[in-house]
Design a protein around this ligand. Structure first.
Ligand code: CA
Ligand code: CA
Length: 85
């Protein structure tokens, strides 16, 4: 089954959220999220949901991925992910 571009983007985002969740213990240990009180998963959602309507649209997902893809090759490498704020 072939994925459409939109389905691919959503699948990639879900994979990224899974990565963030796996790293949440490490983040909590450093106290990086103490000021916001949000889990890294919530913070990631809010950072993608630019207009704050509680939904991540394909456009929001696309612009988020493009913001991470600093070399513009259409993919987010682990180095680009690691360098993301
Ligand atoms: Ca939104
Ligand atoms: Ca890239």
């Amino acid at each position: 089954m072939a994925l459409t571009r939109g389905q691919f983007v959503v699948a990639a985002a879900l994979a990224c959220i899974g990565c963030a969740e796996q790293q949440s213990n490490k983040t909590a240990a450093t106290g990086a999220n103490m000021q916001t009180g949000m889990s890294s998963k919530q913070a990631l959602f809010k950072s993608i949901d630019k207009n704050g309507d509680g939904n991540i649209s394909q456009d929001e997902m696309k612009s988020w991925m493009e913001s991470l893809d600093t070399d513009g090759n259409g993919a987010v490498s682990d180095a680009e992910w690691a360098a993301a704020p």
